[in-house]
Design a protein around this ligand. Structure first.
Ligand code: ATP
Ligand code: MG
Length: 276
């Protein structure tokens, strides 16, 4: 099932299940001691929506995902996952951890597990047998260009391969909210573009709610319904941009459409702190 480049094929993943819940972030503040990282973040992601998040390095993007996931409790403000959209209440950290799958910026694969068992961690933890869990991961393992490396240990994989294993682990975790922190940062340009196209197909078919942090404005706009541009630290929302629909199913056509290019330039100006 490998494409000639060893990169993912565009066949969509069969992900079924419940619709992803809405995520609501209001007045979120987070400080590490005296260092203020997040300064009043308000973001709304509808159920099954995809929100891209871009911002300067060090502004607080990973912190935002860690707070959303339940790994960190914010200094102030609240995160709601799956609460009533009109009157969302605070979701406790334990509940957020149960509903959200975080793909951290560093892949954190378990060094003692084979690559496929790392990818299949979610089904395993949910009680599937090792074979059943591996089977769940196998088709997408091939589609992501990892075929032949099922039994390799993480330290035997390249950085980009480790990242794809970690990405698959997040995708098949069984959680309905995916928090992706630079999921494709280590991929070469061609594999990255093909992986984006594959993920766009997956997200169009399934119902995950997604928060996607990336340095790549084009990637954010291509994969998301809406993109939040954050300021330099302490992070605030400088603007949220709605991505024009419909987009061409062909990635190259989608990212070169005139309205897409215009929006990309606007996002880049916002990132540079310039005019809207
Ligand atoms: N556990 C921590 N303890 C203290 N300071 C922290 C901690 N985690 C992050 N920071 C600080 O918070 C700020 C935001 O960090 P964060 O990792 O969220 O930025 P980022 O936007 O994800 O950056 P990058 O784009 O480089 O990944 C930085 O100044 C960082 O030094
Ligand atoms: Mg980060």
């Amino acid at each position: 099932m490998l494409s000639t480049t060893g990169a993912p094929e565009s066949e969509p993943l069969d992900v079924s299940g419940k619709a992803g819940p809405p995520v609501s972030i209001r007045g979120l503040l987070h400080a590490f001691g005296d260092l203020l990282a997040l300064d009043g973040i308000d973001l709304e992601v509808p159920g099954a929506g995809v929100l891209g998040i871009v911002g300067p390095s060090g502004c607080g993007k990973s912190t935002l995902l860690e707070v959303a996931s339940g790994l960190l409790e914010p200094s102030a403000g609240r995160v709601s996952v799956g609460e009533a959209a009109d009157a969302p209440s605070r979701t406790p950290a334990g509940e957020r951890l149960a509903r959200c799958a975080l793909m951290p910026q560093r892949d954190l694969l378990l060094p003692w597990l084979a690559a496929i068992d790392n990818a299949a961690l979610g089904p395993s933890l949910a009680g599937a047998s090792r074979e059943a869990a591996r089977e769940r991961a196998r088709a997408d393992f091939n589609r992501l260009g990892l075929g032949g490396f099922e039994l390799a240990k993480p330290q035997e994989l390249s950085g980009g391969m480790r990242q794809r294993v970690a990405f698959l682990r997040t995708l098949i975790s069984g959680k309905q909210v995916l928090l992706l922190d630079e999921p494709f940062a280590s991929l070469d340009a061609i594999t990255r573009a093909e992986t984006q196209a594959w993920l766009a197909g997956v997200l169009a078919q399934d119902s995950h709610t997604v928060l996607l942090v990336t340095h790549d404005v084009e990637e954010a706009l291509y994969l998301s319904d809406r993109v939040a541009v954050l300021t330099a630290r302490p992070a605030r929302v400088a603007a949220t941009l709605d991505v024009p629909e419909p987009r061409s199913p062909d990635r190259a056509a989608a990212v070169t459409a005139a309205d897409f290019v215009e929006l990309r330039e606007r996002a880049l100006r916002l990132l540079a702190g310039g005019a809207r």
